[in-house]
Ligand binder design. Structure first.
Ligand SMILES: NC(=O)c1ccc[n+]([C@@H]2O[C@H](COP(=O)([O-])OP(=O)(O)OC[C@H]3O[C@@H](n4cnc5c(N)ncnc54)[C@H](O)[C@@H]3O)[C@@H](O)[C@H]2O)c1
Length: 296
């Protein structure tokens, strides 16, 4: 049998704070395939996430096919808009959500991973996070800081992670990020420069695949997922309509599940995908192929 076998591999999924989004489903799929999985969580969401875990509120979704509960090897605090601790402003460092977590920059997380697992201790890194402070504003109205904030949190963070985690990856390491079709087609309502951030993320996937492929021997791909009513997507304000529209107009009419994205991420992270890098892989029920809405 041809199996996705990640036995002995170590993965880190950045952008997990509940069980509703793509990050959680990807973490679970990687664990189902045998990987040991750590996650990284945004400090403002960390307490709620730890509470959900400790109070057993996620036990049902954590149940693996073996009957065991998905457990995370480590849970790292991460604010992906900071590359180093020195860059974090004092009011952030002393904020009540940040003051006890220490260095939650991308560099800080890389140092913790190296301390916990050694200089070559990681095989898989998944970037499943995005943030656009002005996501509800049309591009035509976005401020410079709102635009740069979206690109910083949602696209540059991936470059910064490849810079700092590339050297920590074992042979045949894999990076996967999550993107959205608003990068290449107009999705009214997906504002704040988030469409620009996703376009940058996809373009960077190609260039980083080349540069980091040559330098570290790693692969870098991005999954263009269809709409899912996750916590982040609910911030857009029209996610239910987007989900409905896609199910009415895509080649496949069943609604996309996070698990469908999870299994593709596990495949892309596995040796079975050793020939795939620099790719944008659509997991959207085929919606990207359509050129006209289906008459209802
Ligand atoms: N839900 C959709 O419809 C959809 C479609 C295509 C792509 N995506 C992408 O999938 C990825 C995961 O999003 P999701 O929809 O599963 O939602 P989600 O809410 O599960 O994940 C987003 C995560 O990003 C974290 N985050 C926000 N700002 C951060 C920061 N500065 N530093 C670190 N973490 C931060 C949030 O705490 C959250 O855990 C994102 O890149 C998103 O753009 C989502």
């Amino acid at each position: 049998m041809l199996n996705i076998d990640l036995t002995g591999k170590r993965a880190l999924v950045a952008g997990v704070a509940d069980d509703a989004g793509f990050g959680f489903a990807i973490a679970k799929a990687l664990a189902e395939a045998g990987a040991s999985v750590s996650v990284a969580t945004w400090p403002p969401a960390l307490n709620i996430f730890m509470n959900l875990l400790e109070r057993g509120k996620m036990d049902e979704s954590r149940r693996l096919s073996t009957g065991e509960l998905l457990t995370f090897e480590k849970i790292y605090p991460l604010d992906a808009v900071y590359d180093t601790y020195e860059e974090m402003p004092d009011d952030v460092k002393t904020n009540k959500r940040y003051k006890d977590v220490g260095d939650c920059s991308i560099n800080g997380m890389a140092q913790r991973v190296a301390a916990d697992f050694g200089e070559k201790g990681l095989d898989i890194l998944v970037h499943s996070l995005a943030n656009g402070p002005e996501v509800k504003k049309p591009l035509l109205e976005v401020s410079r800081s709102g635009y740069l904030g979206a690109v910083s949190a949602s696209a540059y963070s991936m470059i910064s992670m490849v810079q700092r985690f590339g050297p920590l990856m074992r042979e045949n390491g894999s990076f996967v990020s999550l993107t959205y079709m608003a990068s290449e087609r107009v999705i009214p309502g997906y504002g704040g420069g988030m469409s620009s951030a996703k376009a940058a993320l996809e373009s960077d996937t190609r260039t980083l695949a080349f540069e980091a492929g040559r330098k570290y021997g790693v692969r870098i791909n991005t999954i263009s997922a269809g709409p899912l009513a996750s916590r982040a997507a609910s911030a857009i304000g029209i996610i239910e309509k987007m989900v409905e529209y896609v199910s009415q107009n895509a080649p496949l009419t069943s609604k996309l599940t996070a698990e469908e994205v999870g299994s593709v991420a596990a495949f892309l992270s596995s040796p079975l995908a050793s020939g795939i890098t620099g790719s944008t892989v659509y997991v959207d029920k085929g919606y990207h192929a359509m050129g006209m809405a289906v008459p209802q």
